[in-house]
Ligand binder design. Structure first.
Ligand SMILES: C[S@@+](CC[C@H](N)C(=O)[O-])C[C@H]1O[C@@H](n2cnc3c(N)ncnc32)[C@H](O)[C@@H]1O
Length: 237
């Protein structure tokens, strides 16, 4: 998926992701940020659902990297409704590999973004993130070993009433290997059962194993620390 396929699907994001990873991250992330008093870099802040969690947990500055215009627009809208949070969130309108903060942060948080990086991009990602961390800083991201997807027909994955309309997301795996899956999603709006708008996006998702991540992150100077199932945390000396 190109970065800005997210713009086309942004209207559906908050509706759908409340049924996805976000409630779990709301529970699991705050304890992992315990003791953080300095800045936090958030990679792929999206519409700000996780930015809000970080903001409710730490008192310092947040640097929110988000390359998609549509996702960023919702993030800014969320911040404009929360003036106290807006004071300390700086929104950076580019991708993770271009991150270059003025001063190092104490933590990097990256939720549901890793799958978008191809294996050949990941070493640069880890090096870039390591450079943004102060000594002793931590890197937190979500990861789970998942079974290889099975290609098949589209299935409705979420359906939400918005006034008189239904916002519906259907998805299917197009092809899958242990390393990479290509999926197709249809984002459509229905009125009285009739589709009045539809956007189809195809996305490539990469699924590194824990061994691969351990090798890459160790090469970038990180060491693993305990984390609850679904999240990984790494310290930078
Ligand atoms: C699935 S969303 C996750 C958003 C948010 N972290 C959450 O959990 O709600 C993935 C986000 O990563 C962003 N993204 C895509 N490529 C990126 C890159 N190279 N660097 C940083 N963010 C990226 C997308 O624009 C999108 O907003």
């Amino acid at each position: 998926m190109t970065q800005d396929a997210y713009t086309r699907t942004a209207p559906f994001y908050d509706l759908w992701h409340e049924d996805g990873h976000v409630p779990e991250i709301r529970k699991l992330l705050p304890p992992l940020l315990d003791g953080v008093t300095g800045g936090v870099l958030e990679i792929g802040a999206g519409t700000g659902l996780i930015t809000q969690v970080i903001g409710d947990t730490v008192a310092g500055e947040i640097f929110a990297v988000e390359p998609s215009l549509g996702m960023r627009a919702i993030l800014l809208s969320r911040l404009s409704d929360r003036p106290a949070l807006r004071e300390r969130v700086t929104v950076l309108p580019y991708g993770a590999l271009d991150a270059d903060l003025d001063e190092p942060v104490e933590a990097v948080v990256m939720i549901s973004v890793l799958y978008g990086f191809a294996p050949e991009e990941r070493p640069k990602l880890w090096e870039t993130l390591a450079r943004q961390l102060r000594p002793g800083g931590r890197l937190i991201f979500n990861w789970r070993q998942r079974p290889v997807g099975v290609p098949g027909p589209p299935e409705v994955m979420g359906s939400y009433r918005v006034g008189r309309h239904t916002y519906e997301i259907a998805g299917q795996v197009v092809s899958a290997t242990p390393e990479k899956a290509t999926s197709r999603f249809s984002y459509r709006i229905l009125q009285r059962g009739v589709v009045i708008s539809e956007d189809i996006v195809e996305t490539d998702g990469y699924r590194p194993t824990l061994d691969e991540l351990t090798t890459e992150l160790t090469a970038a100077g990180f060491t693993p620390t305990p984390a609850p199932d679904g999240l990984l945390t790494w310290h930078h000396p």
